[in-house]
Ligand binder design. Structure first.
Ligand SMILES: [Zn+2]
Length: 304
């Protein structure tokens, strides 16, 4: 940072302005959301999948998938990875409240399959071929695992399947309690952070324990089997994206306008939805990894 301070104040302001302009339009679940999704998933892996994941992780991860689940957000603006930037979300037609793979899964230039569902399909397929020994050597399997794990989080964040003109709520500026935010960020991070502060003593482990408890023995116990039901990958992914745009319309966008202040009422009614989406992301990521790497579970019906 020393160099920075030698710039004139004008230079500094310019630098700061440019840096802000270059900020990503959308981040995906916050760090916390991705960490939770990946921790929940890793806890649900069968032995074969657990071992495969551990073998694919670099040493510095110490066997902890969640420590690298935010990585795709950190590198998406690096030159080498710029192509991955449109893979974090899906833009759907304004106010349609529907998602259609052939209509919506493309990047802003119209290149097909370049969206979060296409990406999950692609990286799952790379991992399957790796397991079968038919993988293309150019593919990096560690990266495929990290992208898959991250994008399974993103596709469950309702505002990652949002409207086109407001960039999934990014351009809807508002206040979250007292500070400035935007609707996308409220769903990425604000709700999780407020929940951590109000109910979990700012401790992610406490929140994780609560979510896992509700999966194994609590409010979602009866639903988990249906969450992870999946014979054929693409229709399942399309279902997750459809769930997201439906929640985005019904719970995220509804009644919200630019300049508004969102506080207790919005927080209390939306927090359970955010927690459920994180839980579903974790359960379904585990389901995919168990099918890809597992011996006992059946794989997907159609070769991806
Ligand atoms: Zn993301």
């Amino acid at each position: 940072m020393a160099k920075l301070w030698r710039l004139s104040s004008f230079g500094f302001v310019l630098f700061l302005g440019l840096a802000l302009m270059l900020l990503p339009r959308t981040q995906g679940w916050s760090k916390e959301g991705h960490i939770l999704t990946c921790r929940i998933a890793q806890g649900l892996l069968e032995p074969e999948a657990a071992e495969a994941v551990e073998n694919l992780l670099p040493q510095h991860a110490n066997g902890d998938l969640s420590s690298l689940c935010v990585w795709p957000d950190q590198i998406r603006h690096w030159y080498r990875y710029r192509w991955t930037s449109p893979l974090h979300f899906i833009d759907t037609p304004d106010d349609a409240c529907t998602y259609d793979y052939s209509r919506d899964c493309h990047d802003p230039h119209g290149v097909k399959n370049m969206c979060v569902v296409g990406a999950i399909q692609n990286f799952t397929s790379q991992l399957l071929h790796f397991r079968e020994g038919t993988s293309d050597r150019r593919h990096n399997m560690t990266e495929a695992l990290l992208f898959l794990s991250h994008f399974m989080g993103d596709v469950h964040q309702p505002m990652h399947v949002g409207f086109t003109s407001d960039q999934g709520g990014n351009t809807i500026a508002l206040r979250w309690f007292r500070h400035k935010s935007n609707l996308h960020h409220v769903w990425d991070r604000e709700i999780v952070l407020t929940a951590l502060k109000d109910y979990y003593e700012k401790d992610l482990d406490n929140l994780q324990e609560d979510i896992v408890g509700n999966i194994t023995d609590g409010i979602w116990f009866d639903d988990v089997a249906s969450w992870k039901e999946c014979d054929d990958l693409l229709p399942c992914l399309n279902k997750y994206a459809t769930e997201s745009i439906n929640i985005a319309c019904k719970w995220a966008y509804k009644g919200v306008e630019s300049g508004q202040t969102l506080a207790d009422e919005y927080f209390n009614s939306r927090m359970p939805i955010v927690m459920k989406r994180i839980a579903q992301g974790g359960v379904r990521l585990a389901m995919i990894l168990n099918k890809v790497f597992g011996e006992s579970e059946e794989g997907f019906a159609t070769a991806t």
